[in-house]
Design a binder for this molecule. Sequence first.
Ligand SMILES: NC(=O)c1ccc[n+]([C@@H]2O[C@H](COP(=O)([O-])OP(=O)(O)OC[C@H]3O[C@@H](n4cnc5c(N)ncnc54)[C@H](O)[C@@H]3O)[C@@H](O)[C@H]2O)c1
Length: 400
Amino acid sequence: MVRERYRAALIGLGRIADTIDDEVVGTGWFVPFSHMGSYMDVPEVQVVGGTDLHPQQRAWFGERWGMDPAHLYESYEEMLERERPDIVSVCTSAAPRAKVVLDIARMVRAGRTGVKCLWVEKPIANSLADADAMVAACREAGIVLLMNAMRASDVYYRRARALIDAGALGKMLQITTHSGGNVSHMGTHILGAMCLLAGGSERVSWIVGEVESDEKAAGDVDFAANVYLAFENGVRGFCRMMPSGPANWMIDAIGETGRIHVRNVDKGYEWELWRMAPAVEGERPTPVRHVFPRPQRIWSAGVGQVKDAIACIETGKTPNCSGEMAVHLLEIAIAIRESHRRGNVHIDLPLTDRDQVLRSSETMHGDQPRIISGGERPPPTHLLAQIARREGIGRRRPVS
Ligand SMILES: NC(=O)c1ccc[n+]([C@@H]2O[C@H](COP(=O)([O-])OP(=O)(O)OC[C@H]3O[C@@H](n4cnc5c(N)ncnc54)[C@H](O)[C@@H]3O)[C@@H](O)[C@H]2O)c1
């Protein structure tokens, strides 16, 4: 295998780019979860640069990863011209994301840099017009656009999808989920998982939504909600993003002859496969729980995204979570608000009004990096985190 044949770089050196592994180590998630950690685990990739507006973020990043300050920039334009990366992570909040992506596409078209793939954070943008422009600009510039609704590249979700495609659950009927958080910020994750497990085109034809309050529905800031979804392939979905007590972060993917049940979706991997079978020969079929046929090769969802980026570059495949899917997920979130505003009516997708804005929760604290505005949690010290550290998990290695 040719090693380090792709050059990668990161724009925005905060939590998801760098430090989030400290938060998730010892939880049910596989690490690396961060973009930088994920690149480090894929031998085909060499990280060649990083950029952040804040000198302190650049300094911390350089110290943690042993990266020479000469490769850490304030301006992403300068970094892209000098370092010529193939894959670029856009790990800013959603607020500047459209400008960054459009600038990069322009630079590629002008031959000023050679970016082949953008791995952008979620949600894609704060407006449909921006999101549409990002997808169009990347298409014109020949850039693969991949969004980090990361369950799409998680080995368990991919195994579940393969089972669904192979008919192991029979004809798919219903996806029911309970999750927390607001529709654009965390909703991107749960709605993305629902689309993936619905099978078929993964597209929703129409929705009926309810926002947490009339006041929230009247504004343009992220909100909690419930939504009923009609997928193109006839599957129906219900997602409760309003508080769900101990049922929080749960998925039921139900087919005519089988069901995949996932608990603790926000924190990891508790997977069950149920299929209809007779408990005793001659009896009528009843639901029987099986050991979930686990994926045989395991890597973290972040590493899965990097592998997907490489596969897209090399084979022309559609990303597991494409730019178009990213727009669709934002569109569902905005359609929920539209449904509520009009009296909880049925809303067809795609939305015709592309000027609607929905400001994702993570953009509400302004442009300050989360760690500088006090938002970052300290690294966990609990028992599982200590065990993980002793095993060397989540430990950073210097960039080669
Ligand atoms: N996929 C996930 O599970 C997941 C988890 C956490 C965060 N996120 C997403 O990642 C994004 C970033 O969140 P975070 O918590 O890492 O925030 P953060 O504040 O820790 O980091 C963002 C960084 O981007 C930098 N930045 C902003 N504009 C820039 C520019 N023009 N050029 C260079 N750097 C710039 C900021 O200075 C900051 O350091 C958000 O959109 C969030 O929704 C996703």
